[in-house]
Design a binder for this molecule. Structure first.
Ligand code: NAP
Length: 442
């Protein structure tokens, strides 16, 4: 092996990708790592998925920034693999390529009426309130009084908390100004969280459930009959914790002065979204399909998990929504390892786990890369300007680390002026102008 560093690309600058870059840089191997993202910003789901009021988790950004500050790593933002460059380009320029593209799209329910205006994936609403440059608000908050959220996971609780919070509470976050203004005009009074199974099977975690019960001015409503005959498995501490919180809610006196309400309804399977032109109701059935119920709501958000998008040129298992792999090494449909290709994060394991879960996952994938690198052939187009030349030839306006840091500083300045920690810029052209060093209107 000659002394030149081995070149590794990481596609996706979210937690999984950046933890992998960090694990690779922490090794003794001589490496040059390029991290790509389709957005001008790093941090992926940490920036655009984690709820803005979860400050402690958001602060993980400081740790994730570390690999980008290394002299052995570069950031290529605003580069979409599949449009600006493809998997073959990456394999020509890098000895190893790690795909960390996550799972951005919300899963579908497959019920009639799902595409009516006012019915959307919760992930679209999450992206919007987090200032994702490609997201628009799927809800018309000014004419919506009741929203049904389908699913009993933590994303459903995040979305419910955003809809139920006062704007004063959210003003301490980094939400873009237009999002805060839209939420200030919201007429939403009732949020119905619809779970198809019972309290012992809910996927949300107890601290998140408790948190929503502590929102000022919000009444949390659970029917005592939904809590009858619940069997909590003795070794399931989360289910026991959730059940305690739900029981305490069911025992609370009614709060007629509450300005907003969260109703959690268990054992309801959504069957149809109805309305003339836009959502007017959600129909649900009990698990045996004997009783049906029509809930008058003006919006439906399905929060039933995320799904990954296939990457052209790589295998994809449509059943699991992941890229098949063996300990992080991409495999073909027969299970043979495709040398030099790796996966990490949600596109590897499916859309479960908290941000920190990616750290151990990244360590595993990095271990496979490091074990293989000495035996992998060197990329044919590795040296000199490398991929930057190709991007310039193709007139791709890529964003470097310095560019992102300009946008980062601008968002902090906008925040300081408004007495907020940061104010996110959500408009793509303004983001790119800030990265180039231009000013954007406040
Ligand atoms: P999730 O935890 O997998 O929950 C999905 C929910 O959707 C489940 O209740 C599931 O019910 C339900 N569901 C699935 N298909 C359905 C259908 N056809 N009809 C009705 N309900 C259906 O997914 P998530 O909420 O998107 O969260 C993804 C991951 O991110 C999770 O690991 C989560 O903990 C994590 N996360 C963590 C935080 C945090 O720590 N604060 C915040 C957000 C997300 P069944 O159980 O019956 O399938």
């Amino acid at each position: 092996m000659n002394g030149l560093p081995r070149r590794v690309a990481v596609v996706g600058a979210g937690p999984a990708g950046l933890y992998t870059a960090q694990a690779l840089l922490g090794s003794d191997a001589a490496l040059a790592i390029d991290v790509f993202d389709r957005l001008p910003t790093p941090y992926g789901l940490l920036r655009y998925g984690v709820a803005p009021d979860h400050f402690k988790i958001k602060s993980i950004a400081r740790a994730l920034a570390r690999p980008l500050q290394s002299p052995f790593a570069r950031f290529y933002g605003n580069v979409t693999v599949g449009i600006d460059i493809d998997a073959d380009d990456l394999s020509r320029y890098y000895d190893a390529v790690v795909y960390a593209t996550g799972a951005q799209r919300g899963r579908r329910l497959g019920i009639p009426g799902e595409d009516l205006p006012g019915s959307a994936a919760a992930s679209d609403f999450v992206s919007w309130y987090n200032g994702h440059p490609y997201a628009a608000n799927p809800l018309h908050l000014e004419s919506t009084r009741a929203v049904a959220i389908i699913g009993a996971g933590n994303v459903a609780l995040d979305v419910a908390r955003m809809l139920l919070s006062t704007v004063d509470r959210l003003a301490g976050t980094d939400m873009p100004n237009h999002v805060l203004h839209a939420l200030a005009r919201s007429r939403v009074m009732e949020v119905l969280l619809i779970a198809r199974r019972g309290p012992a099977e809910a996927r949300f975690t107890t601290p998140e459930l408790r948190e929503i019960g502590e929102l000022p001015g919000v009444e949390t409503v659970v029917s005592a009959s939904d809590l009858d005959d619940v069997v909590v498995p003795p070794d399931d501490r989360n289910a026991a914790g959730n059940f305690e919180v739900l029981r305490s809610w069911a025992a609370r006196p009614a709060a007629p002065r509450a300005h907003r309400r969260l109703h959690i309804r268990f054992h309801r399977r959504p069957t149809r979204v109805t309305g003339r032109g836009s959502v007017e109701a959600l129909q649900c059935a009990d698990p045996r399909g004997v009783h049906t119920e029509t809930l008058p709501v003006q919006a439906v958000l399905r929060s039933v998990g995320y799904r990954s998008t296939p990457i052209a040129g790589l295998p994809f298992d449509h059943r699991t929504g992941t890229i098949p792999h063996d300990a992080g090494r991409v495999t073909d449909p027969s299970g043979n390892v495709l040398p030099g290709l790796y996966v990490v994060g949600w596109i590897k394991r499916g859309p479960t786990g908290v941000i920190g879960t990616n750290k151990a996952d990244a360590a595993d994938t990095a271990k496979a890369v490091l074990a293989d690198l000495p035996g992998l052939p060197r990329a044919t187009h590795g040296e000199a300007g490398g991929l930057a030349d190709l991007l310039e030839q193709r007139e791709v306006a890529y964003v470097t680390r310095e560019g992102w840091e300009r946008l980062d500083r601008l968002e902090e300045e906008l925040g300081a002026r408004a007495g907020r920690p940061r104010v996110k810029v959500a408009d793509l052209s303004m983001m790119l102008a800030a990265c180039r060093g231009g000013r954007t209107p406040a």
